[in-house]
Write a protein that binds this ligand. Structure first.
Ligand code: UGA
Length: 446
């Protein structure tokens, strides 16, 4: 019989995983400790913006017209323990307040709450990003707390989905990595992922520490790639080179590749920044801190970009923000998401505001989250409204909507036609042809 699946934690990872498991044909019970989240999901509504997720949810949520009914939600640990043969733990692991290390309290409390309800053989599968060594500790804790004892087994199955592509990445992953301690755990996970495996997704079987490390290594590599190209942008600025051309040219080398070489105001979000810091902290605990000192540099190159963008803007408006209007296009940390966690765009907007600029922000999906985080900034309902009377327009998140803006129309709204492209994503020719001064990080003035 097909295993019944629970998904613990229905944030952006868990909600997507739960809906995807139902899509793959399993009966799924999603659990969260926040009743409001569960109520929304049970009504087929997603508490965040992720393209395609709400549609997927509505195809399966019980009680929704035409839905398969394979997906239900609860706040009861007892119900989850009784229901599931396989339990996926998808809670978040933020950065600890005032420290680099990862806050494991949500993961720990999920295990503490679930384990006492495991009365029969069960596989608990960790998906959260955790410091290496956590799985071994949690496996022991599970065997200790679960009435099923050693028959409550642990596996680690890191998640590589990207915000904005979460549904696609979950249903068609480019690899599946499982850290297991037994053949039966591997067999069960092959059953869960039979469909993507049949489609050709590589299935990599490892021990616990390797599975945990794969995730942090992957995010560290991506962060390093972005900071590398941003370091090249700094050199290009000093030498009057063009980082966009440079990225294009080195990217043709297949060993380097073109992806993740877009220079700009750098990486943000709920994953890359905190993951590299937690990785450094954990390596320090293990006595391997020297191996990761380069990540300090990756982090500081990245954070420097934000300050650099502010200086770039200050220079554009004549050396001081006092009495100047600045339009900011984009608030989310990347397009196709409403996530503003550690968003470089909002960070830049906030700094300019603190230096006396009158900042007006527009973002296609992130307005509510941005307003909640930075209530003192100005907000406008459209890009053109944000640009009214602006002395400079800053393009800080590369939404398609901004690439499709008509420079001539925006030009009528502003006080000075000055655009600073913090994402190297607009077409300089188009903007210059419409009478704008176009400047971008790491590119010549022209
Ligand atoms: C990242 C990883 O890409 C996923 O594989 C991973 O599963 C996820 O973290 C996670 O750990 O959960 P995500 O945070 O959604 O995914 O964002 P990315 O697409 O990696 O972008 C991160 C940041 O880098 C964004 O702020 C983006 O604007 C920036 N970026 C990306 C650049 O500045 N330049 C680039 O060339 C690419």
């Amino acid at each position: 019989m097909a295993p019944k699946i629970t998904v613990i934690g229905t944030g952006y990872l868990g909600a997507t995983h739960a809906a995807a498991m139902a899509e793959l044909g399993f009966d799924v019970l999603g659990l969260d400790i926040v009743p409001e989240k569960i109520e929304m999901l049970a009504q087929g509504r997603v508490p965040l913006y992720e393209p395609g997720l709400e549609e997927l949810l509505r195809r399966h949520v019980a009680g929704f017209e035409g839905a398969s009914g394979r997906l239900r939600f609860t706040t009861s640990w007892e119900e989850a323990g009784e229901f599931g043969d396989i339990h996926f733990v998808c809670v978040n692991t933020p950065q600890k307040h005032g420290e680099y290390a990862c806050d494991m309290s949500y993961v720990d409390s999920a295990f503490e709450s679930l384990a006492p309800h495991l009365h029969r053989p069960a596989l608990v599968v960790g998906k959260s990003t955790v410091p290496v060594g956590s799985a071994e500790r949690l496996a022991a804790r599970l065997a200790e707390l679960a009435p099923a004892g050693a028959e409550a087994e642990l596996a680690w199955n890191p998640e590589f989905l990207r915000e904005g592509f979460a549904v696609q990445d979950t249903l068609h992953p480019d690899r599946i990595v499982v850290g297991v301690a037994s053949d039966s755990a591997e067999r069960r996970l092959r059953e869960v992922y039979a469909q993507p495996i049949a489609e050709g997704s590589p299935f990599v079987v490892t021990d616990f520490p390797t599975a945990e490390l794969v995730k942090t290594a992957a995010n560290s590599f991506l962060a390093t790639k972005i900071s590398f190209i941003n370091a090249m942008a700094e050199v290009c600025e000093a030498a009057d080179g063009d980082v966009a051309k440079l990225a294009e040219a080195i990217g043709h080398d297949e060993r380097i590749g073109r992806k993740f070489l877009r220079a700009g105001i750098g990486f943000g979000g709920g994953c890359l920044p905190k993951d590299i810091r937690a990785f450094m902290a954990r390596a320090g605990e293990l006595g391997a801190d020297q191996a990761l000192t380069f990540l300090r540099e990756v982090d500081s190159i990245n954070m420097r970009r934000r300050g650099h963008m502010v200086e770039f803007a200050r220079e554009a408006v004549g050396g001081s923000f006092l009495g100047k209007r600045i339009a900011v296009l984009g608030a989310t940390f990347k397009p196709d998401s409403d996530d503003v966690r550690d968003s470089p765009a909002l960070n830049v907007a906030g700094q300019i505001h603190l230096q006396g600029g009158q900042v007006t922000v527009y973002d296609p999906k992130g307005m509510d989250n941005a307003r909640a985080l930075f209530p003192t900034l100005g907000y406008a309902p459209t890009a053109v409204d944000a640009a009214q009377g602006a002395h400079a327009v800053l393009h800080l998140t590369e939404w398609r909507e901004f690439r499709e803006l008509d420079p001539a129309e925006l030009g009528k709204a502003v006080s000075e036609p000055f655009i600073l492209d913090g994402r190297n994503a607009l077409d300089p020719e188009l903007w210059r042809a419409a009478g704008w001064t176009y400047r971008a990080l790491g590119r010549p003035r022209a």
